[in-house]
Design a protein around this ligand. Structure first.
Ligand SMILES: [Zn+2]
Length: 185
């Protein structure tokens, strides 16, 4: 999820990327995002949320070791698609998944079942590290040493080995990876 929620007690002028304003007695809540929304749904309770977004897997934050292995072992497809599948793990989107896999040096199209123990451990560590740093900041940190710093560049290079990054569609989303650091097999 991108964007931010902003509380305003006085009605300032709308900014360019303000998408939604919800008015209540003492002010309004603005949802601001450069990306456009697919839609907006209202739910009264947890049951209503489930009806709208479907069954969610456990929160990826804090899910480590055997619990993580059990969840990721549920799917046989490309690991990146599995990481983004909210019914497997909740909380990882396109950019976070790319960052985690790049930091763990795992090609996004590999299958979880084919990873060795060392790679699974790396995935576990990087998943928690990337999530914690991103939650703290409210966005993926654009550190020069992270993959995310390269995403908006016209020519994207690996911050680790300086090779040109590969891009392609995985799980229906634009993906970035390093052909050198993230070997396919
Ligand atoms: Zn690299």
């Amino acid at each position: 999820m991108t964007g931010s929620l902003i509380w305003q007690e006085s009605h300032e002028e709308f900014q360019r990327f303000d998408r939604v304003a919800i008015y209540v007695e003492k002010g309004r809540l603005i949802f601001r995002d450069q990306r456009k929304l697919g839609g907006l749904w209202l739910a009264n309770d947890d049951e209503g949320i489930r009806e709208i977004i479907g069954e969610q897997g456990p929160d990826a934050l804090g899910l480590t070791g055997r619990d993580l292995t059990e969840r990721l072992g549920l799917r046989r497809g490309a690991l990146k698609s599995t990481l983004m599948d909210q019914s497997v793990l909740a909380g990882l989107g396109n950019m976070l998944s790319d960052e985690v896999l790049w930091q763990a040096r795992i090609h996004p199209e590999r299958r979880f079942g084919d990873l060795d123990l060392k790679e699974r451990h790396q995935l576990d560590l990087c998943l928690q590290r990337v999530l914690r740093a991103s939650i703290k900041l409210g966005a993926i940190p654009r550190r020069a040493t992270w993959l995310s710093s390269q995403r908006s560049e016209s020519e994207a290079f690996c911050p680790r080995c300086q090779r040109r990054l590969s891009t392609g569609h995985i799980g229906g989303r634009t993906s970035y990876w390093c052909p050198s650091c993230q070997a396919k097999s």
